[in-house]
Design a protein. Structure first.
Length: 486
């Protein structure tokens, strides 16, 4: 069990003040990251569609950067252990990341005959820089958050990040639409990526103000990736890592193609495309803190089990209807589900891995996820998208689809069922938690408990209404804390 150890260079109260200040700064840094995502990453796929990228190019854009990012995480973990510092690494990589966003629109513009390959290359560089510091950041924040606080803190942080991302994406959509109306679509993407660069530069500046406790290192904590895999039959964490990797592989069988389906097959406008993502993000922001409380009280594994029941349903909704309102409803369900799954996956890493091994394990965990994601998107998803016709017959039944992508969505659903059935029973919770049944969590989710909880919490924070809704025992003090589809 990881132990929360204070910085020996600071006294207890002084360390807590430094940690609290850094946790607040981390929320601001995360908001800057969200702005970068809302103006930058969220529009990589539309930029690729604008450049007329094909199915394989879209699959590569959606999955290959994950492999590049996983390798970058391994390199970042090794460098973090070697230099024994995390702050300089993150300051440098985020600053370089900002510069690459300026190249994202400039290089394809200068090499228009090779715009798509250049875009893929710059996208890979962005993925490397975005992931290189992930092990260092995970190790760093793990040292500054006590185990009993992590679920609620990261839920609060993620909620703030999500709302910032929503505002950024809406602003980006309005900006891009204004440029498109004047026929300056390329200049519109240039404006978006410039804002993304400025936001990432802000993250670099905020990292310089973070407090960094000493990095705990031990020669005995080193182990190779092969050692990591060989431990699978007896290692609880490796079983968890395989479960998450298999689920991500199944998810990304369809993941890279949702943007193509929206813009190319359903002919959504950029406003509809962005609104769909905003609905997803707002749903996430509403339920994050509820999922965080569930994680703290009942453990991350209970949340993973509950959300894995819903995940196979999501792509079937996209395969069964083209109604825009219905698909917005699917996005609400998707946001509620992925908020829990992603938060629980992160918290399980913090709970199960000792601080000395955390950076390296995060790198190995990312590499395993990237391998399954690449296989799902490129070997399965792209192959089906190219091979299956849009119209075919099954006995006397003739099926006509907008494209082959709904078939990809159905296959993704089946693979999600297999991943959950095979792997989830194989690992166990690492903390002593209060047991709760999967159906009970789903019932609480279905009755709208997260919405009621979020509304009550908002009411306690409003000066006028706060006196009518006093904080419940265990609630954090007010003011403290900390675009997938399908």
């Amino acid at each position: 069990m990881p132990v929360f150890t204070p910085d020996p260079r600071l006294e207890g109260a002084e360390f807590e003040r430094a940690g609290e200040r850094t946790r607040r700064l981390s929320v601001a840094e995360g908001a800057a990251w969200s702005a970068m995502y809302g103006f930058g990453d969220a529009y990589l796929a539309p930029f690729a569609v604008f450049l007329r990228a094909g199915n394989h190019a879209m699959a590569f854009l959606g999955t290959a950067p994950l492999v590049v990012g996983a390798i970058a995480q391994l390199a970042g973990a090794s460098l973090t252990e070697r230099i024994g510092r995390r702050k300089p690494l993150l300051v440098l990589t985020t600053a370089t990341h900002a510069v690459c966003y300026l190249l994202l629109f400039a290089l394809p513009f200068l090499a228009r005959d090779r715009a798509v390959p250049v875009l893929l290359a710059v996208g890979a560089a962005l993925a490397w820089l975005a992931s290189f510091g992930t092990p260092a950041w995970t190790s760093w924040m793990g040292d500054l958050t006590a185990p009993a606080q992590r679920g609620r803190y990261f839920a609060r942080r993620n909620s703030t990040l999500t709302l910032t991302m929503v505002a950024s994406m809406l602003a980006a959509a309005a900006l891009l639409s204004a440029f498109r109306a004047r026929g300056w679509i390329w200049a519109g993407f240039a404006a978006l990526f410039t804002v993304a660069a400025l936001a990432r530069a802000t993250s670099s500046w905020l990292f310089t103000r973070h407090h960094e406790p000493p990095l705990t290192r031990s020669p005995e904590s080193y182990f190779s990736f092969w050692d990591y895999l060989r431990r699978a039959p007896r290692s609880n964490f490796t079983k968890f890592s395989l479960a998450v990797a298999m689920m991500n592989g199944a998810v990304n069988t369809a993941g890279p193609f949702f943007s193509v389906y929206m813009l190319r097959d359903l002919h959504w406008t950029y406003f509809q495309f962005t609104s769909s993502t905003v609905v997803y993000l707002v749903a996430q922001s509403v339920v994050y803190r509820w999922w965080g409380a569930i994680c703290d009280r009942h453990g991350a594994r209970s949340v993973l089990k509950a959300t894995s029941v819903i995940l196979p349903v999501l792509p079937l909704l996209w395969a069964s209807t083209t109604s825009y309102p219905a698909l917005l409803g699917a996005q609400v369900l998707s946001g509620c589900t992925w908020a829990g799954f992603n938060l629980a996956s992160t918290n399980f890493v913090y709970d199960a891995v000792t601080p000395q091994k955390r950076a390296r394990v995060v790198g190995y965990h990312g590499l395993l996820n990237a391998f399954f994601t690449l296989a799902g998107g490129n070997l399965v998803g792209a192959t089906i998208a190219e091979a299956v016709p849009a119209a075919f017959s099954i006995g006397p039944i003739h099926v006509t689809l907008l494209s082959s992508l709904p078939v990809v969505f159905v296959v993704s659903s089946l693979l999600r069922v297999l991943a959950a059935t095979i792997m989830l029973p194989r690992f166990h919770e690492v903390r002593e938690v209060e047991h709760v049944g999967t159906l009970q969590i789903l019932r609480r989710l279905g009755t709208g408990e997260p919405v009621v909880t979020a509304g009550m919490e908002l009411a306690t924070r409003l000066p006028i209404l706060g006196r009518f809704f006093p904080p419940r025992p265990g609630d954090p003090p007010a003011g403290k804390g900390g675009r997938p589809v399908g």
